[in-house]
Design a protein around this ligand. Structure first.
Ligand code: GLC
Ligand code: CA
Length: 562
């Protein structure tokens, strides 16, 4: 099926292939924190199945399942020791089949998290690889001799702290790992690795999944000796080969995690004529809040003007070629309402505002579990209460290097990954209804107030706001395919834009501040009347010369045009 997209400026009619994931909304589940069915303190597949009706009610179309594969859980499953089996704490292959089937009954598809830049050091390939230099699996990983003084081949620093090279006594060489030393990088220059992974991907696709979220995919084309890690020379060839070997003839959604993507690079991945991926997650709107040197552990204040420049750039550059993914948070990022809104007095209003601001953009929106009820960041007093390997390693490394405990804790409170990983808050009973056992990570103490049950009982809750946004995307092509134009680009507190498709136009206005604001409208907007598609205060039906926006007020107006 194709859609005619009328270019308003030049009057050209452009034809775009319609894809099922263009108007879909995706919900990310972090299985260990979602729902624990057997009360061992850890979420599981049976727990997810028990909550499918809830997700159906929300209206999402796809579940992105964070890894459930067999794993020693050094990085909560992003370290896989068997790609074709399931971690016993999560369940079994039969339960994945059941999840796929039960989800399908509710028109929900499943995409799996493909972690193929590295495996676990407990994967049989690595166990064999480290045994001897002659092992047929040696070249599945990246081994190098020590320098003459015994030091590692270079000073590459792992993202999880320490050297990216680990010395292995058995053969007297170093292996390469960009994450923990229990996550050795696979050698993608070896055609056998490519074949094995393609075979495994086909095996999963044949089981009925609808695609993959591809972990740190921008790292697989690396040239370790030249220290080119992101966007390496082999990246796009590898993806095109993968596409030929696995995706062809199937109608999939594939989304690559690409921290290093610029719009130009994102087009390489997602231009449909290049046969690589459906889209990538880019992180430029996230990293603007990180310190250029110290990264996320030294947060910078959120600058709305800079944020708008980034979003507008991506919206414009991928407007006609490629496709955007839209998200505020995921399992690695802080909770949106804490980071960009107000987790206190205006929690509900600001969470709704953030949702509207993101969901009216062009691209495919992703919701991270708990976002739909406005879950917030957490602050544990003791570092021991944190579980995340990155948080714990970097706390050690940085405090040893002289950063104060207080400064590091501030960084963790603001950007640590466990913010997103506290158990899902289902109700106000023991452990928020997540588990009757001892939860693997402490809960956010605000669960008696913030939980699914109370959200479902309140017609004005954040939950129903998301439900409406998902539905609007289905009902209005302008939200899916309309051109994007920024409004008030220089305003420090307002994020506004319009979308246009043929004679359909939507104006979206969001107050990113806790103060009421007077906004004088440009002539082009004055006097416009329309249908209020969604709002977080009383519905607005027309735009006069000026508007007084309430704290975090947000609305979208579908303009009537003659
Ligand atoms: C990705 C994942 C993150 C993981 C890392 C290593 O960034 O999202 O959770 O730790 O890759 O696999
Ligand atoms: Ca369990």
């Amino acid at each position: 099926m194709t859609i005619d997209v009328k270019k308003s400026d030049a009057g050209i009619i452009q034809t775009l292939d319609k894809k099922w994931w263009h108007d879909a909304v995706i919900y990310q589940i972090y299985p260990r924190s979602f729902m624990d069915a057997n009360n061992d303190g850890m979420g599981d597949l049976a727990g997810i199945i028990s909550k499918l009706d809830y997700l159906k009610e929300l209206g999402i179309n796809v579940i992105w399942l964070s890894p459930v594969f067999k794993s020693p859980m050094d990085d909560n499953g992003y370290d896989i020791s068997d790609y074709q089996d399931i971690a016993s704490e999560f369940g079994s292959l039969e339960e994945v089949d059941k999840l796929i089937a039960e989800a399908a009954k509710r028109d929900i598809r499943i995409i799996m998290d493909l972690v193929i830049n590295h495996s676990s050091d407990e994967h049989p390939w690595f166990i064999e690889s480290r045994k001897s230099k002659d092992s047929p699996y040696r070249d599945y990983y990246i081994w190098r001799k020590p320098q003459s003084d015994g030091l590692p081949p270079n000073d590459f620093h792992s993202y999880f702290g320490g050297s990216g090279w680990e010395f292995d006594e058995a053969t007297g060489e170093y292996y390469f790992h960009q994450f923990s030393k229990k996550q050795p990088d696979l050698n993608w220059e070896n055609p056998k690795v490519q074949e094995e992974v393609h075979r495994m991907m086909n095996w999963w696709l044949d089981r009925g999944i609808s695609g993959f979220r591809m972990d740190v995919i921008d790292l697989i084309g690396k040239d370790v000796d030249k220290q080119i890690m992101t966007n390496g020379p082999h990246l796009h060839t590898l993806l095109q080969e993968m596409n030929k070997a696995t995706f062809v003839g199937r109608d999939l959604l594939t989304v690559g995690e690409a921290w290093s993507a610029t719009p130009e690079i994102a087009k390489l991945y997602s231009d449909p004529t290049r046969d690589e991926l459906s889209m990538v997650f880019q992180f430029e709107h996230i990293t603007i809040t990180f310190d250029p040197e110290q990264g996320k552990w030294k947060p910078r204040p959120f600058d709305l003007v800079e944020f708008k420049q980034v979003i507008s750039k991506w919206q414009t550059e991928l407007g006609d070629c490629g496709w955007n993914s839209l998200f505020w948070n995921n399992h690695d990022l802080p909770r949106a309402v804490s980071k960009y809104g107000d987790p206190g007095r205006y929690r509900v209003q600001s969470a709704k505002m953030l949702a509207t601001a993101m969901h009216f953009l062009k691209g495919t929106p992703y919701i991270y579990q708990g976002e739909e009820i406005g879950m917030t960041n957490v602050q544990f007093d003791a570092i021991e209460d944190y579980q995340d390997i990155e948080t714990l390693n970097l706390y050690q490394e940085r405090t040893a290097a002289g950063v104060s405990h207080e400064a590091m804790m501030q960084g963790i409170y603001e950007n640590g990954r466990d913010n997103a990983r506290t158990p899902m808050q289902w109700n106000n009973t023991l452990n928020a209804g997540f588990s009757e056992g001892h939860p693997w990570l402490k809960l956010n103490p605000n669960y008696p107030e913030i939980n699914v049950e109370s959200a479902l009982d309140d017609p004005n809750s954040i939950f129903y706001h998301y439900q409406k946004l998902i539905q609007l995307r289905k009902n209005h092509q302008v939200i899916v395919y309309g051109d994007y134009q920024p409004l008030f680009a220089e305003h420090e507190k307002v994020f506004a834009y319009q979308r246009q498709l043929g004679n359909k136009r939507v104006v979206v206005i969001n107050n990113f501040s806790a103060e009421p604001l007077e906004l004088t409208l440009p002539i082009s907007l004055q006097g416009l009347k329309g249908q209020c598609l969604i709002s977080n205060y009383a519905a607005r039906k027309q735009l006069s010369e000026s508007l007084t926006l309430a704290p975090y007020e947000s609305f979208a107006l579908l303009i009537k045009q003659c």
